[in-house]
Ligand binder design. Structure first.
Ligand code: ZN
Length: 272
């Protein structure tokens, strides 16, 4: 079997303490949650931060503080968001790239997000990709729709993204493409051969199903309270680490090894 990578998205932009009181919000809470997730088997931290009111922010000071606190505890690979939150300008979304993270998300198209929407035109995507390329940041090509895969191929064709390619296939966002194993497999067939990819299922059911869906296709796994606040139907997750531990257990039962941060740096050729 292959070695799988577990990413933990500990906070996100949308969830609140009302949804789950165990959601980490402050830099210290996020760093603790990241460290616990790391101990449970996560090699990558997908990072959003919040302001004092608990609302999503791209404030570079808050990112810097949070990253420093994580770094004191462990050497997880940090993937910052540039998707950020509904309603933010592109300029604002790109602020944390100035901190030179090893990885960052790159949304590959415009999409519905419940009653809201997030705009990513091709010129916007070119700008994000070229900024990341200049700084040697590995993009996670987040695809919420099949057309996003084709848009990513355009960026590749233009030389704005270079191998190894790394995709995040995001399914079951409210009013987006629903998760099912055939759909996931179809996306995987459409991305360039030899790409690495992570299945990202949103909501309790899809989050768990996408773990079981990804492993037979040799995909990587993502869990965390950004995607889902439940451990089981009606049962809130106690922590991000609890979700990571379950993903790691399932992967091991399939016979997978769990990648360390050093493994991820090698596989995805990160700067380190
Ligand atoms: Zn995110």
């Amino acid at each position: 079997m292959y070695k799988t990578v577990i990413t933990c998205a500990v906070t996100g932009a949308e969830t609140t303490k009302k949804d789950n009181p165990n959601l980490p919000i402050t830099p210290a809470e996020i760093a603790d949650a990241a460290h616990e997730a790391y101990l449970a088997g996560a090699a990558v931290l997908h990072l959003h931060v919040r302001n004092k009111a608990g609302r999503p922010t791209q404030d570079i000071k808050v990112f810097k503080k949070t990253i420093e606190l994580v770094r004191r505890k462990c050497d997880m690979v940090i993937e910052v968001t540039t998707g950020a939150a509904v309603g933010m300008s592109l300029e604002e979304r790109l602020l944390p790239l100035a901190l030179d993270p090893e990885m960052a998300s790159l949304d590959c198209g415009t999409m519905n997000f419940g009653d809201d929407y997030i705009i990513n035109t091709l010129p916007m995507m070119r700008e994000v990709a070229s900024q990341m390329q200049k700084c040697g940041i590995r993009p996670t090509l987040e695809c919420f729709d099949l057309s996003h895969v084709d848009a990513s191929l355009q960026l590749i064709k233009e030389g704005l993204v270079t191998p190894p390619y790394y995709y995040g296939i995001v399914l079951n966002v409210p009013s987006g493409v629903r998760y099912d194993p055939d759909t996931l497999a179809f996306f995987v067939r459409r991305i360039p051969k030899g790409s690495f990819w992570t299945a990202i299922g949103i909501g309790g059911k899809a989050s768990l199903q996408s773990i079981y869906g990804a492993i037979p296709l040799e995909g990587f796994l993502r869990v965390g309270m950004e995607d889902n606040v439940y451990f089981a139907k009606g049962l809130l997750a106690e922590s991000n680490a609890q979700l990571v531990a379950r993903a790691a257990r399932i992967a091991r039962e399939y016979g997978c090894d769990i990648a360390t941060p050093a493994d991820v740096r090698k596989l995805l050729q990160l700067r380190g």
